[in-house]
Design a protein around this ligand. Sequence first.
Ligand SMILES: *[C@@H]1O[C@H](CO)[C@@H](O)[C@H](O)[C@H]1NC(C)=O
Ligand SMILES: *[C@@H]1O[C@H](CO)[C@@H](O)[C@H](O)[C@H]1NC(C)=O
Length: 273
Amino acid sequence: MLRMLILILVPVACLLPPGTGAGEIICGHEAKPHSRPYMAYLEIRQGNKRYTCGGFLVSKNFVLTAAHCNGDSITVLLGAHNINKQEQSQQWIRVCRPIPHWKYNRETLNNDIMLLQLERAVALNRNISVIPLPPSGQKVRPGTVCSVAGWGRTNSWNNETSPTLQEVDLKVQDNEACWNVPCLRPSYYNPLTMICAGDRHRCQNSFQGDSGGPLVCEGKAQGIVSWGSPFGIPPSVYTRVATFIPWIHEMMKRSQSGDHLGIGGQTSGVAQL
Ligand SMILES: *[C@@H]1O[C@H](CO)[C@@H](O)[C@H](O)[C@H]1NC(C)=O
Ligand SMILES: *[C@@H]1O[C@H](CO)[C@@H](O)[C@H](O)[C@H]1NC(C)=O
């Protein structure tokens, strides 16, 4: 609801808002339970509103997600398939420090990436594990078939929800395909920090509530669900993870060594919000 409000107030009407409830990917199918053990389900509180996002485990105590999924407090669910059930494999963990990229731009959605430091290290097992990140600067060739998963909305005409994890295959597109995503004028697509994926002639897409989840290409988390058409029409835009590898490593190193996260001139020890 909060994000719906923002949709009306801000000219960038194409942000994939975090979902207000569970749901699924568009034109996808249910994932085999626990076949994506890195998937995280995020519950975000912002004032008295609650919304949800996706994310993915990148180390025992860090989840990666989109910066637009930030709020007053975030709780992460790992090891889940059906978020409405109390599965034995599930672990709820509070986020002790959200670290949004200090150059995240709310208007253009540039640098839409955020690390979440978990309150404690998660116990890794068959149903909870880390996904590899790409080497710094690695390019994903257009035509590469990747996949995306999430508990977000399944369509644009109602709030239909499915509590189980959904997944869908998507083809990476030439940058041109995202320069004119329907409803974005001017387009804020930036090929240095974003990946364009999803064929406009098909229906397969990520959607509201999938934000923050990974675009997985050849076993690596190459993208983060970021924004797209408010009507769920492909292609959609994903944060280009390979661009942010030095930032990710630096932030993880700093917080592990207990340093203050005085990024971007801040020295107060408070992470940039
Ligand atoms: C993993 O999930 C499966 C299916 O829900 C369950 O049977 C198994 O006990 C889980 N293993 C762990 C270590 O959580
Ligand atoms: C979808 O949910 C939102 C927020 O809860 C609500 O305002 C809206 O009326 C719902 N739309 C439909 C079609 O159910």
